[in-house]
Structures are given as structure tokens and as C-alpha cells.
Design a protein around this ligand. Sequence first.
Ligand SMILES: [Zn+2]
Length: 271
Amino acid sequence: MNKPKQQNANQPIQIAVINASTVLTDSQVQAAIPALQTQVSRDFAPAWGVDANLNFVPQGTNPPAGNWWLTILDDADQAGALGYHDLTAEGLPIGKVFAGTDLKYGSEWTVTASHELLEMLADPNINLTVFIQNDNTTGRLYAYEVCDACEADNLGYAIGNVTVSDFVYPSWFEDFRPPNSTQFDFGQNLTQPLQLVAGGYIGIFDISAGTGWTQLTQQMHSRVRGEVGTRRERRRTLRTHWQKSHDHATIMKRAAEYRARVSQIVRRAAA
Ligand SMILES: [Zn+2]
């Protein structure tokens, strides 16, 4: 009897990198993958004990079975139009990079790709939290997001000519640690647990306030509200409302139609 093939817990997670965007070429996406791979295996895995292999999915081929997906998209609207939802078609974790949104705001898409990748590895089901109790009856759950506190582009670092996101260490969630007693993030931008730097934020759930998930921010910025499909939005969505993505072939067919529509609009605007 053949046993179903199972992922060994000690094996690296396999992640298919899919370019479904209209704003980046496949070669631009492919060029960033070695740096993302280096970040995961060299910098992230020793701190977090989770490693992954990134597998680029060329146009016209299907992502390998059992792979998680890191999908590069234009924005939340395109993600929905193509049929990308909360899980892959197989019901596995999916990370979404809204590269068009980044270009619009002048952010680096590779920093976002690194951010989404590392957060998917640290909390693939978007349901881990750390409880900080204030007293007998009150306290806050902190979202186990590893890039939000230090996500600003200018805190990122270069691997080759690709900028990747800074990320926190597990110690950042350990509130017994005094300031400067250990390293709290890879880039050493943070000096104490649960600290936010300029541009940083973290999701909190105040257990007695009745307000659900809200964001703690160092300074208000316009993108604090999570777009549809982001980790922030999914964290506050009941699991029973989570949807699987369409299968890759359907998505690619829709992507071709989407590209055709976009170029039609561009042609019309130019006419
Ligand atoms: Zn995040």
C-alpha cells in the first residue's frame, strides 16, 4: 500500500513564486528570487528555525503540487478578479505581493515580497498571537507578524542589488527582556520588546475592549488599513469565511484576459 507523500517537518517548505502582475516582467521577478532565497536560508532560518525553497513558476507551467504560493499581483482588485483568495487552490498558505500598489506609493516591491514571504513562514495560518496581560482581567493579543514593526523601506537591507525587509527575532515578542539586553531584529533597528519604529505598526486585539483587531502605529500613515486579501485583513476574517483560490490554469486564463483588458484601456487612453 502506498502511503500518501507527506512533507517531512524538517524539510524546507516549498514555495512557488508566481508572477501574475502586469507591472513586473517575469525576468524582473526572477532576478529578485536569489536574494529572497538568501534572506530566508541565511538570515531568517537560523533565527526562526524555518527554511524554504523558492521555486519560480514560468508562464505556461503549473506550480508544483504541495507548494505554498507567493504571488506577485498588481493590487487587491486584480487579485480578486483573477481568483486569488485566502488559501491556494489546494488549501495551503498564500502570500500576496501588491507590486502595483508599491509602485504607486513609491515603495520597493522586493521589500514587500520579502515581508510577505517571511510573515507567511513565521505564521502561515495567520492566527498566532502573543498575550501580554496587563492585570487580572485585561490584556492584549499581539499579532505574530515578523515584519510589521520594522517594515519601512529605509530599514530594509541589500542582498546584492535587491532590498529586502528587516524582520524581528522571537525575542521581540518576549516582554521579560530589558531594553538592549539582546538583539530584537535582524537590522538592529529595535532595542526593546514590542517596540515600533517610525513607519512600524502591529495588530493588537484588546481582549476586554470589544473592538476586535486594531493597529498600534508609531505614526499614522495612509496604508494602515489592510486591503482585501492582505494578512491584516485575513487575520480578522473568520476562518469559515476563508476561500480557496481558483486553480492555477483558471487564474492564468483570467490573467491573460486581464492583461488584454488593461492594454485595451491603455490604447484607448492614448488614442
Ligand atoms: Zn505584515
